[in-house]
Design a protein around this ligand. Structure first.
Ligand code: URA
Length: 270
């Protein structure tokens, strides 16, 4: 029987091998590599198989580009089935083709009494509206509330006679409060049209140039204000935007005349 190597002897051998540079355990027995089969012959140098001309395969056709979605058409498709303001808010909130949505904190749809005889349409949310998710809540909005209070109307009034319903052309705040451009207005128009159809107000008030562009196809509020027009078969009154009135208090005189004209028209119609 082979005698086991003593621990200290085995350890001395091991240390000696480590000193010689052995750093890896190999085989128990030495291996005569000269006795092994020679390496298989390498192929003679020549052109690489993959360099030899192959019959060319036609490249696969490029994928069909996704058909470009026309934003106003898509907006009309989403808006059409809405039966209530809640349906419409849901459809508009789901509309992803307006870049302004990405930069906005909140979706600002509407406020007030949807049964009101008067629907006010502004431009787009500003900073305060974007933070709160409600239209016309900043300084301009507070002035708007005071203006209408002077003719006994309020957004929170429960009657249709004295209530107000307020919305904007654009439900997302544009960067640096810039004016929505023509393409942005065009893609909102189907939603705005459906909004007016659902709310069915007696009269629409347009605050400033942007809603005039959207509903009447023209701007020039200084000339247009106070002159009744028609959109969607409804009487429409352009007025100075309250933000303009904050900057130009002298124009409040004209705004007051327009409010009285609105009041008179509502009386005539009832
Ligand atoms: N200006 C608007 O036109 N709409 C708002 O909601 C606030 C400021």
């Amino acid at each position: 029987m082979e005698s086991a190597v003593e621990y200290w002897t085995a350890r001395a051998w091991l240390e000696w091998q480590v000193e010689l540079g052995a750093d890896e355990a190999m085989l128990d027995a030495p291996l005569d590599r000269y006795a092994l089969d020679p390496e298989p012959a390498r192929p003679a140098p020549g052109p690489r198989a993959d360099a030899v001309a192959q019959p060319r395969k036609a490249p696969p056709p490029p994928p069909e580009p996704a058909p470009a979605i026309d934003a106003p058409t898509e907006a009309a498709r989403l808006a059409a089935p809405a039966k209530t303001v809640d349906d419409l808010a849901e459809a508009l909130a789901a509309f992803d083709l307006c870049e302004l949505k990405k930069g906005a904190r909140n979706f600002v749809f509407a406020d007030g009494n949807p049964a009101a005889r008067v629907m006010i349409i502004g431009e787009a949310p500003g900073r305060d509206e974007d933070l709160e998710g409600r239209p016309f809540v900043g300084r301009a909005g507070q002035l708007l509330d005071r203006m209408f209070a002077a003719i006994d109307m309020a957004r929170d009034h429960p009657s249709s006679q004295q209530g107000l319903y307020i919305t904007n052309v654009m439900p997302w705040r544009p960067p640096s409060n810039r004016t929505p451009d023509a393409a942005e207005i065009a893609m909102m128009l189907p939603f705005l049209t459906r909004h007016v159809e659902i709310v069915a107000p007696d009269v629409i008030v347009l605050m400033g140039n942007t809603p005039c562009q959207a509903l009447l196809g023209r701007t020039g509020i200084t000339r247009m204000r106070g002159t009744w027009a028609e959109a969607f078969g409804k009487p429409v009154l352009p007025m100075f935007h309250p933000a303009y009135l904050l900057r130009t208090p002298a124009a409040k005189r004209e705004a007051w005349a327009d409010l009285l004209a609105l009041q008179a028209r509502l009386r005539e119609m009832s």
